[in-house]
Design a protein around this ligand. Structure first.
Ligand code: NAD
Ligand code: DAU
Length: 362
């Protein structure tokens, strides 16, 4: 691993991973390809450790000429593919960009990798020789939804995506695996659960609730608020990806989950309690909770079984939800300049109007 192409490195998880990698790998050169869409910002890349080893390129992963040029010019030997349209609610209001970036964009990267590293199922280079590593970041949402008593998702759980977002991610996962079987492309996949932590765009549950609360705005709970997600601190996710890059077996998939599964309502109440302590207001923040119309096709429960990555690569999450959530609340309170710049840059209000106004109160 000398020259790595990171796609989507100006987004939430990608920018955290770049920070992590620059600390971990002192000789690595990072090429960061990001279109700087609504969720990507150079603000997320300010103050990187050792920034001269990070080259930012603004561009589209669907642009085959650009991707091929980067592969050649920078002698890329590793790709970590984060770039995606990532928000379920946006996919419900407009699925087409999800198919374009998540499916077509992934295909473009796979083709570029095959062109650069050869087709080991034929004769370029000799079969079995590993000339690169393509790591694809996927999600637990491809497995669909769990009933209360069903066991957690394992790597062999059948795919059952139920939103345009998860359907596009499932498509990309199938394409990625097909390149291993058909062309021998050296690759791995991780399917992880809901990430939280610094630099997350405030359309997602945790930062949205923190910001709404500090502004005295309603805290919109979809439906009855008893849906369950498996919360994973972004730094624990970065470590899992790093371990897969170092020791993952080619062609394999690894599930990564935080092992923290409160219902949404419980999670929002915990955020309110933390804010009551560190940023007290005249009334408890939980009084802002407001039930709104549910997300169509809302998956009820996710839970991820991470036994394989724990047993094979020694991964363990280090952040408890209690401490991780408290740190995240404090990070947003301490970084209001970042918040304000991001919100101004990205026309955030237009999204809030579109997603929440018509939801109203239940
Ligand atoms: P994000 O929305 O914060 O960031 C996505 C980044 O991709 C942005 O910087 C955006 O500008 C960039 N991008 C979008 N389209 C692009 C294109 N066509 N070309 C180049 N760049 C493009 O998303 P995130 O939360 O950081 O998620 C990163 C990856 O992890 C995604 O693949 C997502 O599906 C996956 N994932 C996320 C979570 C989570 O909880 N956030 C959980 C599981 C999996
Ligand atoms: O599970 C992994 C997935 O987690 C990733 O693949 C996605 O990229 C990521 O966005 C996330 O998807 P979710 O839909 O689970 O995340 P979101 O933060 O949008 O919502 C979390 C839960 O909170 C979900 O049950 C919907 C609910 N919710 C969300 C918002 C934004 C609310 O009740 N109110 C809200 O305003």
């Amino acid at each position: 691993m000398k020259n790595i192409l990171i796609t989507g490195g100006a987004g939430f998880i990608g920018s955290n991973f770049i920070r992590y990698l620059l600390e971990k790998e002192p000789d690595l050169e990072i090429i960061d390809l990001d279109i700087l869409g609504y969720a990507g910002s150079l603000e997320n890349l300010k103050g990187l450790p050792d920034p001269e080893r990070h080259t930012f390129v603004q561009g589209d992963i669907c642009d085959a000429d650009l991707v091929n040029k980067l592969m050649q010019e920078h002698k890329i030997d590793t790709i970590v593919h984060f770039a995606a349209e990532s928000h379920v609610d946006r996919s419900i209001l407009g699925p087409a960009p999800f198919v374009q970036t998540n499916v077509f964009g992934t295909l473009t990267l796979l083709e570029a990798a095959k062109q650069a590293w050869g087709d080991t199922r034929r004769d370029t280079p000799s079969a079995g020789e590993q000339n690169g590593h393509f790591h694809h970041i996927s999600t637990d949402e491809v497995f669909g939804t769990l009933a209360p008593d069903e066991p957690a998702f394992v790597e062999s759980t059948a795919y059952d995506p139920r939103s345009p977002y998860s359907a596009s991610k499932a498509s990309s996962d199938h394409l990625v695996r097909s390149y291993f079987h058909t062309y021998g492309l050296p690759l791995t996949v991780t399917n992880c659960s809901n990430n939280y932590g610094p630099y997350q765009f405030p359309e997602k549950l945790i930062p949205l609730m923190i910001l709404n609360a500090t502004q005295g705005k309603p805290l919109p709970i979809y439906g009855d608020g008893l849906q369950i997600r498996d919360w994973l601190h972004v730094e624990d996710h970065c470590e899992a990806i790093y371990l897969v890059l170092k020791g993952g077996k080619m062609g394999e998939t690894y599930n990564v989950g935080g092992g923290n599964q409160p219902a949404n309502l419980d999670l929002v109440n915990r955020i309110c309690s933390i804010l009551d302590l560190v940023h007290p207001a005249s009334v408890p923040y939980s009084s802002l909770i407001s039930y709104v119309r549910d997300r169509p096709g809302h998956d009820r429960r996710y839970a991820v079984d991470s036994s394989k990555i724990k047993a094979e690569l020694g991964w363990e999450p280090h952040h408890s939800l209690e401490e991780g959530l408290s740190d995240t609340v404090k990070w947003y309170l301490d970084n209001m300049d970042w918040v304000e710049t991001i919100l101004k840059e990205k026309d955030y209000q237009a999204w809030l109007d579109k997603n929440y106004e018509e939801r109203g109160k239940k």
